[in-house]
Design a protein around this ligand. Structure first.
Ligand code: ZN
Length: 144
């Protein structure tokens, strides 16, 4: 018997031998009401639970589908050999360092690196230490 059936049975018994007096009547009525409320709540929760389980199963299927798609993508990726070494090799350090030259700030004597190829003849350079500007060409001339 489900909880609801048991309560229906109790109600039947109560109807058969219904208390006549006020207090007993109130007490039995309250007990039946409380049992009804409990069964309602349990049934609501069972429904919620069933819905949640449904949603969870949907999610599980969704995740599995995504997993399969990812697996397929991964295989495509590997098949097409995107990982060509040349593309991913970093620029050789020596080649990169050749672009930089050391320079001495005429104001604060801080030595720092800059890229001469980015400066034209009369461009001014910013000292990272004292923030003053000067022309790299002047400094280079003074050094020589
Ligand atoms: Zn400086």
């Amino acid at each position: 018997m489900s909880a609801r059936e048991k309560i229906a049975y109790i109600k039947g018994l109560l109807d058969a031998g219904k208390p006549k007096e006020g207090f007993d009547m109130t007490l039995y009525g309250a007990i039946v009401d409380a049992l009804d409320a409990v069964v309602d709540q349990v049934e609501d929760q069972e429904e919620c639970l069933a819905e949640l389980v449904d949603e969870m199963m949907d999610l599980v299927e969704y995740c599995e589908a995504i997993g399969e798609e990812l697996g397929a993508l991964d295989e495509d990726w590997e098949d097409q050999d995107y990982y060509e070494e040349d593309d991913l090799m970093p620029v050789e350090e020596d080649g990169q360092m050749d672009l930089y030259e050391s320079i001495l700030c005429p104001f604060c004597s801080t030595m720092f690196y800059y890229r001469p190829d980015l400066f034209k003849e009369d461009d001014l350079i910013n000292c990272p230490n004292c923030k003053r500007t000067f022309a790299p060409s002047e400094v280079e001339l003074e050094e020589e």
